[in-house]
Design a protein. Sequence first.
Length: 452
Amino acid sequence: MQTGHLKPTLNAWHLWGLAVGLVISGEYFGWSYGWASAGTLGFMITAIVVAVMYTTFIFSFTELTTAIPNAGGPFAYATRDFGPTGGFIAGFATLVEFVFAPPAIAMAIGAYLQVQFPGVSAKMMAICAYVIFMTLNIVGVRTAATFELIVTVLAIFELLVFMGVVAPSFSTANFVANGWAGQDTFSPLAISGMFAAIPFAIWFFLAIEGVAMAAEEAKDPKRTIPIAYIAGIITLVLLALGVMVFAGGVGDWRKLSNINDPLPQAMKTVVGDGSVWLHMLVWIGLFGLVASFHGIILGYSRQIFAQARAGYLPSYLAAIHPRFGTPHRAVLAGGVVGIAAIFSDELFSFGGQTLTANIVIMAVFGAIVMYIMSMLSLFVLRRREPNLARPFPAIGYPVFPAIALALAVVCLGAMIYYNTLLAAVFAGLMGVSYGLFMWGGSKRRETAAASA
């Protein structure tokens, strides 16, 4: 078994493609579930606040990624600042985020394919997607990242095409009709709906931090990672606002609020079932889902690899393929969990929400906990290691990191309140994992530290 360090092969364009590609499926599906509770206007306010959280977070997170370029990302930062327990919390949260996001995206891929082929099984198409893109990730990171860049550019192009085609049919009246989900403007019920919609606004931007997990494979990470992050968040905010507004203004947006393919259905109301534009959206739109699916597989595999290398997971998962130089066992391990989630209808279909919606919420729980741990790590690292080389200091420190931390805490509180059962599942999984971590992890960590 070969373990060790990953090779730097990725340039700034690769990393920008990864930053946007990790997230861009969030523009294609998932976010519209937020309309069900908040309406178009309420959800727009929620999405703008979440965009502020992500922008301040990314401008702060780049300090950590450039000062400590490690494939473990948040896990590595928290371990350095808070020891094994802090590292476990950040690592567990990141794994939940990156392992649970792909099955939701895979189900959306199946839903998009069903638009073209009504007879196919969405779940079988999801499994096929896992097999194809786990294989591509194992073959080599530069090949994978180049593919990611290509499909990301195509996905952006398709979102612009979607906005251009539906723009002539956009109506402000459609967008604002029932814009507070049938509630009075800023009434307690309307505000409650806005808080309940937080996970789906986060889905617009979820996983952009995954670029940090490619830090060991980046050329000149202290320069290329900040470029990728800042350009990436600007790209994503503009696309998210554009897609949300245009999709909500072409008809009755309530018909799009509980499905996995809102963009094809929105376009269908404008151009009809048989339009070339619709079929093009479905086929090229798959690139957006593929970009995120493929990129997050890369992200979770690096997280599993880094935790196994440090002794937080079995060392078996830290193997690097002797020919391709990729963490192949980590790729496969995350895929097994994701495929199991796809078939867990009875486990995740509850609370009046679909399987996909609940998987999205579970992934967001992991993300928010990880954001909180990362911002706490930033503040602690500034105090403990003031002389650490910081090639890209946090912009607006300490205001921006404080804003990101405060908004993340508010988001976590709201999610726990509105998703109590899923919060209990998340906490239960963390508790069981921590017990196993304390029982068998100390010896592995000692062995890993000795061989580092």
